[in-house]
Design a protein around this ligand. Structure first.
Ligand SMILES: Cc1cc2nc3c(=O)[nH]c(=O)nc-3n(C[C@H](O)[C@H](O)[C@H](O)COP(=O)(O)OP(=O)(O)OC[C@H]3O[C@@H](n4cnc5c(N)ncnc54)[C@H](O)[C@@H]3O)c2cc1C
Length: 384
């Protein structure tokens, strides 16, 4: 066992931390208020590899291992939930499937643009009637006609489409073929018949655009399919397995940010003649948060490490995401409790962080679905 990050990882973590501390964290409240990401910061991200964390170097990416990429997402989460979600979706949900299954031509067409810092990629799975149950519920159809796919249907709750040069879109190509009847198609936002609706008005993560898409006979070339036809469902499941490591890291970052605010506040706020940090009830909340953040981080790291070893990591990714998102919920809740009324005010960051973290038990598979995934793995292990 080796619990130390290596020198390169430590250096990268420090570099990303400093960048986030200077370029993102001080603007997080403004991003939340205005609903706009800070593009001045995003345009600087390619220098640090943040827009192409695991994209191969030949396309200009940083080609990092999952463990190191995970460190970067935690720092982004610590700085600003909106920025972190948009970057996590861009890297994990758009660049990753194109890197993993794209043809040479698809990679050359999209990856250099995606990592440029001028745009953010998008993956469209969810629909108005289907989120957890994609296999049973996805209605958006892709039908072959001549040298094209014709896409009809709608997608909901999609991150980044207004900034995307390409939207990786899950379509059903064969109703009779079950999970083998899906493909991921690369759709360019300017395609005729595609409407990208205005961003949803959300509880948190307000700077990260979440939008609905309507496809009305959208025509894309046959070679817009990612990897082999009929692979879309399996590609989606693999992308989500990996994305869960990222959402776990983001949750740890949000929890850490709220925790730091709570400890600072507890040390300076006084009640009953002493600082509230000297009251045992507050110390217990601090102790629990410190322990749970560390446990969550270790679980996320273990999933990342397993992935880097080329080993099965689906169960650990679900466990890490479940644990970290639920820890974030509790830590952020208690951070507000420690702040008293000030925690309920927009004057202090814990209110925003609490709203931002709320998505983490829902996006990329709800907590209930993570439990389903974990129990399926465990029950299967007991078959042998
Ligand atoms: C800010 C934001 C960003 C998002 N970004 C994207 C994106 O970029 N791309 C994308 O495709 N989607 C995105 N989503 C959608 C998100 O992934 C889905 O909302 C999520 O997967 C849950 O789906 P649902 O909302 O349809 O809930 P449902 O599937 O309708 O679930 C509703 C409730 O029922 C529970 N439930 C469902 N099935 C079971 C079961 N078998 N057992 C027990 N309980 C169950 C769920 O856990 C949940 O509590 C985003 C959502 C938000 C809010």
């Amino acid at each position: 066992m080796d619990f130390e990050l290596n020198q390169e990882q430590k250096m990268y973590q420090r570099t990303v931390h400093d960048f986030c501390a200077g370029e993102i964290k001080p603007y997080a409240a403004e991003i939340d208020e205005t609903g706009e990401l800070r593009w001045e910061a995003i345009r600087k991200m390619p220098e640090l590899g943040l827009t192409g964390l695991q994209v191969p170097e030949e396309y200009g990416g940083a080609n990092l291992d999952t463990m190191t990429a995970t460190l970067a997402i935690e720092e982004l989460g610590w700085a600003c939930g909106s920025t972190a979600l948009s970057l996590a979706a861009h890297n994990g949900l758009c660049c990753s499937p194109i890197t993993n299954w794209g043809s040479q031509a698809q990679k050359e067409r999209y990856l250099p643009k995606l990592i440029s810092g001028d745009c953010l990629g998008s993956l469209a799975l969810t629909e108005p009637g289907a989120g957890s149950d994609l296999a049973g519920g996805v209605q958006t159809a892709g039908v072959k006609e001549g040298d094209s796919w014709i896409i009809d249907g709608s997608k909901a709750w999609i991150t980044n489409p207004k900034y995307a040069p390409v939207i990786v879109t899950l379509v059903r190509t064969d109703k009779q073929a079950g999970t083998k009847g899906f493909s991921l198609l690369l759709v360019e936002p300017k395609s005729e018949g595609l409407t990208i609706h205005p961003p949803e008005k959300k509880m948190g993560l307000k700077g990260s655009p979440t939008q609905m898409l309507s496809f009305d006979e959208v025509r894309v070339p046959l070679d817009a399919a990612l990897g082999g036809e009929g692979q879309g469902f399996y590609q989606t499941m693999q992308t989500l397995d990996s994305g869960r490591i990222s959402i776990g890291a983001l949750s740890v970052g949000l929890a850490r940010a709220a925790f730091e605010e709570a400890v600072k506040y507890a040390k300076q706020r006084r009640a009953f003649g002493k600082s509230i940090a000297d009251h045992q009830a507050i110390q217990w909340m601090i102790a629990d948060a410190a322990m749970e953040i560390e446990a969550a981080r270790l679980m996320v790291w273990r999933a990342a490490w397993l992935k880097d070893q080329g080993r099965d990591y689906g169960k650990q990714a679900a466990m890490g995401k479940l644990m970290a998102s639920e820890v974030a919920e509790k830590v952020c809740r208690n951070a507000i409790q420690i702040h008293g009324s000030y925690g309920y005010s927009r004057e202090y960051p814990v209110e925003r962080i609490y709203r931002d973290q709320r998505l983490m038990t829902i996006g990329e598979g709800t907590s209930e679905i993570q439990r389903l995934v974990i129990s399926r793995h465990v029950l299967k292990e007991f078959d042998n």
